[in-house]
Design a protein around this ligand. Structure first.
Ligand code: FMN
Length: 349
């Protein structure tokens, strides 16, 4: 990133970050660690986040939480996402965050996971727009960086209150709203409601970022066409495919095995920075490699070997052998099919 470009925080004093369309990597629990964020930013993600952190854990000084909040020197811009059950805990956590090096704060009001919701956090908050207002206001009042909120459309099909919740978020002073276009109770096979994004765009003054089912450029184009959102947040579409950020911006981009290898190798190297223990780092990388292997032919042997590996050098050898094999197969030298086309579900309404 050009060092002369103002930081997000400076930018947003004038509220300019979303003046041009932006593509964000979602906070992803168990995935968006330092290593993956650096990779995605390098390939074109305009903003990345530390995965959702519990405000309570932050206030209790949890060491694991503090470790998750570390920033890599190569991260030019970085957001963090927190969740809490009320204004008091969010206010306290925000004060603590002010001592750390983040450019943006996002409040999670969309997480559907039972153990989160039953503590009154995540999507439990959107059941009560008044509470949404208070929680957002507490963060806005305390934060030295701009605050946004990520929501779902509502608790379930019978309580789609996204307009009311969006209004509360805006009135409390958030700089933008990110919307996952499904309700809390909807699974991933339920279509993303682009009409809801459109309604929010027509109702709110703050920018709206659309989230859900972006796997390729045509998914993104459809979302923009139908809702005129100010930005898009990519989640599952980036798993094993950080090149999605390049291909969403440059339609000419084609992934070949050499590019694939250079990024996978770099990701593995970065993983060493994140994990102090070799086996923990390798075990964490295994899931990334399984995602990276999607779309390539003849991956069975590599996957079977992968489960037994706990050392970096062995893992790198396995990856190199896989690449040599792919190069030796003229038919599979080029990516069997563009990854994102395989993934695309075109699951929108
Ligand atoms: C592995 C995984 C971890 C996630 N972790 C978070 C998280 O920490 N914070 C958050 O706001 N959403 C999280 N989400 C939800 C996504 O950000 C996103 O809202 C959802 O997957 C819909 O987008 P998609 O259809 O593009 O995947 C997670 C999703 C996945 C698959």
């Amino acid at each position: 990133m050009d060092k002369n470009v103002p930081s997000l925080a400076e930018n947003e004093v004038e509220n300019k970050f979303l003046d041009t369309f932006k593509i964000l990597l979602a906070p992803l629990a168990g995935v968006s660690d330092m290593a993956f964020r650096v990779i995605c930013q390098n390939l074109g993600a305009d903003l990345t986040f530390v995965e959702m952190i519990s405000a309570k854990a932050l206030v209790m000084d949890s060491q694991k939480t503090l470790q998750m909040m570390e920033r890599h020197p190569r991260e030019d811009i970085l957001g963090i996402q927190i969740t809490g059950d009320g204004p008091e805990i969010i206010g306290k956590a925000t004060q603590l965050l002010n001592k750390h090096n983040f450019d943006h704060l996002d409040l999670n009001m969309g997480c559907p996971v039972k153990k989160v919701v039953k503590t009154g956090c995540g999507s439990a908050l959107i059941r009560d727009p008044d509470l949404v207002y208070k929680v957002t206001k507490a963060a806005v009042d305390e934060s030295k960086v701009p605050v946004s909120v990520k929501i779902r459309l509502g608790w379930d099909e019978n309580s789609k209150n996204f307009l009311e919740v969006g209004d509360a978020v805006e009135k409390a002073g958030a700089v933008w709203l990110t919307v996952h276009g499904r309700t809390r109770s909807a699974r991933y096979d339920v279509p993303v409601d682009l009409g809801a994004f459109d309604k929010l765009k027509k109702t709110l003054s703050i920018p709206v970022i659309g989230n859900g089912n972006i796997f390729n450029k045509s998914d993104l184009d459809l979302m923009i066409d139908r809702s005129n959102v100010d930005g898009a947040m990519v989640s599952r579409g980036a798993l094993g495919n950080p090149w999605i950020f390049t291909s969403l911006k440059n339609t000419q981009f084609k992934l070949d095995i050499e590019t694939w290898f250079s990024v996978v190798e770099e990701h593995l190297q970065l993983q060493k920075d994140v994990y102090k223990s070799e086996s923990a780092g390798v075990i964490c990388f295994r899931k990334h490699l399984l995602w990276y292997l999607k779309g390539w032919s003849q991956t069975r042997q590599t996957k079977e070997r992968l489960i037994q590996i706990t050392k970096y050098d062995e893992l790198l050898d396995l990856i190199k052998n896989f690449v040599d094999f792919q190069i030796s197969q003229p038919s599979s030298r080029a990516f069997r099919s563009i990854k994102e086309n395989i993934e695309s579900s075109r699951n929108f309404i």
